[in-house]
Design a protein around this ligand. Structure first.
Ligand SMILES: [Zn+2]
Length: 454
C-alpha cells in the first residue's frame, strides 16, 4: 500500500470512530437518508407532504407573519395538503426578512434553539435570520448524502476554495480538509499554492468556479507541474462557465460536479450525480419552479422559472416559499441512470437579476452573452461584463498572452446583435478582474447593482 493510501485508510478509520462518538445523530440521519435513495417517488412525496402539513400548521399557529399572510390570502393551513398547494401562498422575499424579522420568529421557539446567521450578501446587503439548532445533525447528514452522489465519502480530504482561511470544524480537522487561503489564488502565487495543496493532497476541490478558474489557470501556466492525486471537483455558489469547465478539464482531467445550497436552509438543495443530473433533496425541503407573475403555476418539464424553496425542518423561523435569486429549468421526472429516485431539475441558470438592459428597455439575459463569450475561450483567461452607463457595455478582459488587439473586434462583433444599436460595446483589456469583497465574482457588474435597484 502506498503512503497516501495508508494515510487515507488511517484517517478513514479514525474518522468513523470520531463520528460515532461525537456525531452519532448525524450518522444516524445520514444512514436514513441513504436508505431512501431508491424509494418510490410516491413514497418520497408522501413523506415530504406530511412534513409540509406540519410546518405550515406550526407556522400559522405560532408565527405572526404567516398567520397574517395566510389570513390575507384566505388560505387556512388545513388547505395546504401537498407541495402543489403551496402556489396558493405568497412568496417570502429577502425584503420580507429585513422588514419582518421579529414577526417571522416562532412565538414558541426556545432561545437556545435560535442560531443567528446572515445571508451571504452575494446579491446585496447581508440579511439576518435564524436557523434552528436542532436541525444541525440533519444538515450535516444532508451534506454528506449529497456529496456521496458525487462519489465523495465523508472521510475524504477537501480543499475549499471559497471564503477565507479560517479554523475548520471537527470534521475538517479529522479529514485533513482546509479552507484554502484566498490571497494565494488572488496573487496567482503558484509556488505557495502548489506547496500547500501538495502537502494536504486533497481528494477533491470544493469551491466557487471563479476561484477554481484561478487555480486551473495557475496549473496550466506555472513553470512546474502541480502534483495532485485529485479525484473530483465540486463547484458551488456561482454558475460554471464553459470556459472554466474547459480549463478545469484540461488542468485536472477529473469529473466535475455542481452543488446548489443556500445558507438559509436545512441541508443541501441540489447536487449533480454521476449522470450529471441535478437531484433535488426532498427530506428537508420543497423546491418549486414557478412561472412567476399573476396566475403563477408550476413550470412544465423543460420550462424555465424561478426557484422557490420551503424549509421543512426549521421551526424557530420557518421559511415557506422563500424566493431565491436563481432561475431553473423544470426536469423530466423519469428514472435517472444513477439509480437515485429523487426528483431532478432540468438545469440551473444564473441569478434572476442578471441581465443587461439597453436604453430601449431591451433585457438581454447574461446567460446568452456568456454563451457567445464562451466561443472565444481561447482568446482570454477571464472576463467581466460591466455596465456603468445605460448606453454602454464594457467587457473587461484578461487576454491570453498570444492575443493581439484584434480580439476586441471579435468580441464586439459577437455580442453586437444581441444588444442592438442603442448600446455601445467597448472591450477593456485588464491585467486582472478586481475581486469582490463578497465571496462571489459576478459575471455582470452594474451600477447600481440589480439587487439594489429593487
Ligand atoms: Zn442521478
Amino acid at each position: 500500500m502506498t503512503r497516501p493510501a495508508r494515510a487515507h485508510l488511517v484517517r478513514s478509520v479514525l474518522f468513523q470512530a470520531a463520528v460515532r462518538l461525537f456525531r452519532a445523530s448525524a450518522l444516524q440521519e445520514f444512514r436514513a437518508l441513504r436508505a431512501l435513495e431508491r424509494a418510490s417517488p410516491a413514497h418520497l412525496a408522501a413523506r415530504q407532504d406530511a412534513r409540509l402539513r406540519a410546518i405550515v400548521r406550526w407556522a400559522y399557529d405560532t408565527v405572526p407573519y404567516y398567520r397574517r399572510v395566510m389570513d390575507e390570502a384566505g388560505v387556512p393551513p388545513g388547505e395546504i395538503r401537498t407541495a402543489a398547494d403551496l402556489l396558493r401562498l405568497p412568496v417570502l422575499t429577502r425584503r420580507d426578512l429585513k422588514v419582518s424579522l421579529e414577526d417571522l420568529v416562532s412565538r414558541s421557539a426556545r432561545r437556545r434553539d435560535l442560531a443567528s446567521t446572515e445571508t451571504s450578501g452575494a446579491t446585496g446587503v447581508p440579511v439576518r435570520f435564524y436557523r434552528d439548532r436542532r436541525t444541525f445533525p440533519f444538515d450535516q447528514a444532508s451534506l454528506w448524502q449529497t456529496l456521496a452522489w458525487a462519489g465523495v465519502s465523508p472521510s475524504d480530504t477537501m480543499a475549499v476554495l471559497r471564503g477565507n482561511a479560517r479554523p475548520g470544524t471537527l470534521w475538517y480537522r479529522m479529514t485533513g480538509s482546509m479552507y484554502f487561503p484566498a490571497e494565494l489564488l488572488f496573487n496567482q502565487d503558484a509556488a505557495a499554492t502548489f506547496a500547500l495543496l501538495e502537502r494536504i493532497q486533497p481528494d477533491f476541490l470544493y469551491g466557487h468556479p471563479s476561484r477554481l478558474h484561478m487555480l486551473a489557470r495557475m496549473a496550466l501556466t506555472a513553470d512546474r507541474p502541480l502534483r495532485l492525486d485529485l479525484q473530483r471537483i465540486i463547484y458551488t455558489g456561482e454558475q460554471m462557465r464553459e470556459e472554466t469547465r474547459g480549463l478545469l478539464s484540461q488542468a485536472f482531467g477529473v469529473p466535475i460536479f455542481g452543488r446548489y445550497g443556500c445558507k438559509e436552509f436545512s441541508g443541501a438543495v441540489a447536487q449533480t450525480c454521476a449522470a450529471e443530473r441535478w437531484h433535488i433533496t426532498t427530506e428537508g425541503l420543497v423546491v418549486e419552479i414557478g412561472t412567476g407573475g399573476p396566475g403563477e403555476r408550476a413550470a412544465a418539464p423543460a420550462e424555465r422559472g424561478r426557484v422557490i424553496v420551503t424549509d421543512l425542518r426549521n421551526r424557530v423561523m420557518p421559511f415557506i416559499r422563500y424566493e431565491m435569486a436563481d432561475l431553473a429549468v423544470a426536469g423530466n421526472q423519469g428514472p435517472c441512470p444513477c439509480g437515485c429516485t429523487w426528483p431532478v431539475l432540468g438545469a440551473l441558470e444564473g441569478r434572476a437579476a442578471e441581465y443587461v438592459e439597453t436604453p430601449t428597455g431591451r433585457q438581454v439575459p447574461c446567460s446568452m452573452l456568456q454563451r457567445r463569450m464562451s466561443r472565444h475561450a481561447d482568446l482570454l483567461w477571464e472576463y467581466q461584463l460591466r455596465q456603468e452607463r445605460p448606453d454602454e457595455l464594457e467587457i473587461w478582459v484578461v487576454p491570453r498572452d498570444h492575443v493581439g488587439p484584434e480580439m476586441a473586434d471579435v468580441l464586439v462583433a459577437e455580442v453586437r446583435d444581441l444588444l442592438g444599436p442603442s448600446m455601445a460595446v467597448r472591450v477593456v483589456p485588464v491585467a486582472a478582474i478586481p475581486r469582490e469583497s463578497s465571496e462571489k465574482q459576478p459575471v455582470l457588474k452594474t451600477r447600481p447593482a440589480p439587487a439594489e435597484r429593487t
